[in-house]
Design a protein around this ligand. Structure first.
Ligand SMILES: Cc1cc2nc3c(=O)[nH]c(=O)nc-3n(C[C@H](O)[C@H](O)[C@H](O)COP(=O)(O)OP(=O)(O)OC[C@H]3O[C@@H](n4cnc5c(N)ncnc54)[C@H](O)[C@@H]3O)c2cc1C
Length: 307
């Protein structure tokens, strides 16, 4: 892992920087590249614009590691509101949430209760709920949680990270054959004992898992989503899907990254969705975006000088 990436992942967890850095105007200004605004209305307006070039959307209300269960209850109500707005405004949109934002650190049972209320409404409205994957301290709990809720709600899917050595095993042994999976590379700082550190190794594992998932998709009812901006990997996936005669290929990418490619792929007929994050708690999430690409930091610095 590069020093650069380690530094920004460290900053993302530093309490004092988390409190103070977001107040600087240039950080606020730079974050707009990845986030249309802090409010749900901002996300909905962005989704409407993306719908014109045939891009669907996924909404994420930012927040993680809540310390008070009443905040988790608020998050549950917020996501229910989001689902109603999606339905009322006829948007091609879904939601994706973090379990520590529903109180996983505080009570597994309460988090399940809150999640099931969200998933039940999503089912009623013919919608779908994705579960983000957080740092490796939460991997097992998140898989256990998903297995529990997926029995009742098949309109739910789980994010898995290709940088973790355990992921292939989890797909083969710890998850139901029909579980829906969104495959990403992984955004947290993990140790070499459990996670591939070199980009080439992560990419190799991503491609290998993607191939396995596409092969399984011929006999399973699972929904598979590839969450990556890596155009080389996307090409690999397209070729494998073509060889396997799999016509439904679904890709999710983040708002503000590879936008022209997202539009191009949607025009090619692929099912592409843009994940839009919004909310006030953007600091750790934004630091993870900076860690992914050194060039993003120059973008922040440019904002200091452009006023
Ligand atoms: C829909 C979606 C959901 C995700 N959910 C999770 C999750 O639940 N848990 C989790 O750990 N991670 C999640 N991630 C983040 C993911 O793990 C990676 O950190 C992130 O996607 C960068 O990896 P990459 O696959 O794009 O490949 P990379 O090799 O990192 O990037 C490939 C290319 O994409 C572009 N790019 C990538 N990142 C950026 C960036 N930040 N800014 C500008 N350009 C960039 C660059 O051109 C880069 O060369 C999610 C990502 C997506 C797209």
């Amino acid at each position: 892992m590069s020093i650069f990436r380690s530094l920004f992942l460290w900053i993302s967890n530093n309490k004092s920087l988390r409190k103070n850095l977001p107040n600087f105007f240039f950080v606020k200004k730079a974050v707009k590249r990845f986030m249309p605004g802090e409010n749900l209305n901002d996300a909905i307006e962005a989704a409407k614009k993306l719908q014109k070039p045939k891009l669907g959307t996924v909404f994420t209300y930012l927040g993680e590691n809540l310390t008070n269960i009443s905040e988790a209850e608020f998050v549950k109500d917020h996501y229910k509101e989001v689902l109603k707005r999606i339905s009322n405004e006829n948007l091609n949109s879904e939601i994706s949430l973090k379990l520590t934002q529903l109180g996983l650190d505080l009570s597994f049972e309460k988090a399940i209760l809150f999640f099931e209320q969200i998933a039940a409404l999503a089912k009623e409205l013919n919608n779908f709920v994705w579960i983000d994957m957080e740092g490796s301290n939460y991997t097992q709990a998140t898989i256990d949680f998903y297995n529990e809720v997926h029995k009742k709600f098949t309109n739910t899917g789980l994010c898995l990270q290709a940088y973790l050595m355990r992921t292939k095993y989890d797909i083969e042994n710890n998850l139901d054959y029909n579980s829906s999976i969104r495959l990403v590379k992984g955004a947290y700082k993990e140790s070499p004992e459990i996670a591939f550190q070199k980009k080439s190794d992560v990419d190799k594992n991503y491609i290998s898992i993607a191939k396995m998932l596409l092969q399984q998709s011929q006999t399973s009812r699972r929904r598979i989503v590839f969450g990556t901006h890596d155009l080389k990997i996307i090409n690999h996936i397209k070729q494998t899907a073509f060889k396997l005669n799999t016509n439904e290929l679904e890709l999710h990418l983040l708002y503000g990254i590879q936008t022209s490619e997202q539009i191009k792929m949607a025009n090619e007929g692929l099912n592409v969705k843009t994940l839009i994050s919004y909310g006030k708690a953007w600091f750790p999430w934004y630091m993870r975006r900076l860690a992914e690409r050194p060039a993003n930091v120059w973008f922040v610095l440019k904002n200091i000088f452009s006023g």
